[in-house]
Design a protein around this ligand. Structure first.
Ligand code: ADP
Ligand code: MG
Length: 302
């Protein structure tokens, strides 16, 4: 068995007649870090809801680590750790109670649950807040609590629906670091995200969804190799509004900033040679936009 997840001809039509998923086929290898990317309403949460048996599919086949979700609910449930998009814990229970009770649902001994709670709450920097009831926690703390809770039964695959939506940069970094470590230690991770840089930074493979269809399913590397040119913003220490550059499309944004389009085949050396020969001192350079974002916009506008 090579796959953490196998989906065949998955369809979901809600009672309202909305076709949220229209025949998806997808395989995610054991140990992979996979991102489902797509606009609101694409069907990402519905897909994740079906994997974790919270939503009933209309048709198709779903296997988790080889277990069919219809035929072997107990084994599939044990394999999955779910971090849903919406907070779904009791507002009156404390952080500690929530994670320990979760272990109880999976039949884990109390003494083991107490140790694990300490370990995961520390990893997510929640230990000091463990006696606070959920209702008083900030959005970022609640998100981290959901991740700690999902890890309590040591699932083989962690599935997260928009895990960093609405959290601040510091917490996002903490979550990213944890996910990277978990994946390095063998856990398969599947997440949905709106953030292109999140997919690019974390994941090996990516699926792009639109209108319930998986319009692209590929590796991040392959996807990025399709980028033929990139736009860079260059900042100079002096006025460069009269600059001359041969062989590159460029425009002046301000008197000391420049936007230059660089064809990957041509590269940057000649650009810097020309800048040097005009005694122009470049003090910073950045990509104008995320490369995946541009590709994504091209894909979904077709
Ligand atoms: P995403 O997570 O990509 O934003 P969703 O899976 O939440 O997308 O939604 C996919 C489509 O299904 C949307 O058109 C949404 O309005 C619809 N939908 C989601 N949940 C329900 C529901 N419980 N009942 C009816 N329609 C739903
Ligand atoms: Mg969603």
């Amino acid at each position: 068995m090579k796959y953490a997840l196998e989906i065949k001809k998955l369809r979901k039509i809600y009672k309202t007649n909305i076709c949220a998923i229209n025949s998806i086929d997808l395989k995610v290898k054991i140990g992979d870090f996979y991102a489902l990317l797509g606009p609101n309403g694409a069907g990402k949460s519905t897909t994740i809801g079906i994997l974790s048996s919270l939503i009933k599919k209309s048709s198709g086949l779903v296997k988790i680590f080889g277990y069919d979700i219809d035929k072997d609910k107990i084994n599939t449930k044990k394999k999955i750790g779910l971090v849903p998009q919406e907070f779904n814990f009791s507002p009156f229970e404390t952080i500690n109670q929530i994670v320990i009770n979760q272990a109880g649902f999976y039949g884990i001994k109390k003494s083991i649950a107490i140790d694990r709670a300490k370990k995961y709450l520390n990893k997510l920097e929640l230990w000091d807040q463990r006696n606070k009831p959920a209702r008083v926690l900030s959005g970022g703390t609640k998100r981290r609590l959901m991740i700690a809770r999902a890890l309590m039964h040591k699932p083989k695959v962690l599935i997260l629906d928009e895990p960093t939506a609405g959290v601040d940069v510091e917490i996002r970094r903490l979550i990213w670091k944890l996910l990277i470590n978990l994946n390095k230690n063998g856990k398969t991770i599947i997440l949905t995200t709106h953030y292109f840089e999140e997919a690019e930074f974390l994941c090996n493979h990516i699926g792009i969804m639109q209108y319930g269809i998986l319009i692209k399913n590929t590796s991040i590397q392959k996807l990025l190799s399709k980028v033929k040119s990139e736009k860079f913003i260059l900042e100079s220490s002096s006025d460069i509004s009269k600059i001359k550059i041969e062989g590159y499309n460029f425009k002046n944004l301000q008197k000391n900033t420049l936007e230059v389009e660089v064809d990957k085949k041509k590269g940057l050396n000649d650009l810097f040679f020309q800048l040097n020969s005009q005694n122009i001192h470049i003090i910073s350079m950045r990509n104008k936009s995320n490369r995946l974002e541009e590709l994504f916009l091209n894909l979904v506008s077709k």
